[in-house]
Design a protein around this ligand. Sequence first.
Ligand code: FE2
Length: 267
Amino acid sequence: MLIAQLSDPHVMAEPDDQAAHALRRAVSHLLELPVLPDLVLITGDCTEHGEVAEYETFRTLIQPLPMPVYVVPGNHDQRAAMLSALGRPGTLGLEGFMQYVVEAGPLRLIGLDTHLPGQDAGELCAARLDWLEDRLTEAPGRPCVIFMHHPPARSSLNVMDGIGLRDPQAFEALLARHSNVERVLTGHLHMAMTRRCGGTLLMTAPGTQHTWLPDLGHPERLSVQLQAPACLLHSWTPDAGLVSFTSVIADRTSPMLDLHDGTAWRS
Ligand SMILES: [Fe+2]
């Protein structure tokens, strides 16, 4: 099972602008990987303004992907327009939210809707947290991956933490009651960040336009280097469990190099 994660494409209605070009390139990148992913997660900010025309462009841009694509809303999305344009996939959906379950072979994927209308910060209200508690309780032995837009823990960057998930302690306390959550996967930061969260591992994905590398010497402000965009690849095998890789989205795909033939290093 191979899961690809893209994040924060911020698509606008114009199909030939920088955001659209970047998402088109990210889609091509996934299609040129050595192994085609079984499914794709896009962890929010699918569009810049949440307009219906933007979702139409977004849908056109991801159409070349032959595998299922699962999205959750970010702060730049609009829940009603997103639900209307894309529908809510999966099963066990929470009425009124883009929150649902995908049974993906050995893994249970749980998409959470952290959208808070009119705010850049995110929220998981009591209804959404109760729903998550039910989903984790009903399948205690099944490895789960939670995906959402807002990281539910501090990044140490004051500006981004100021628009993070409200009351992350409630989410962390819920997670800590369940031992079968393999990862929490988010976007929002446009950075590759990994940290502990509620007894599991939290990973944030870079954006499809750029990876932001923050100036950690000045956490009171947000200054970033714009580095090459990237995606995350999460591979599940029975022997190794869930292992995550970062794949840089380059303009040209590098050829495969055979370094070892299974029995010996190639000279
Ligand atoms: Fe974003």
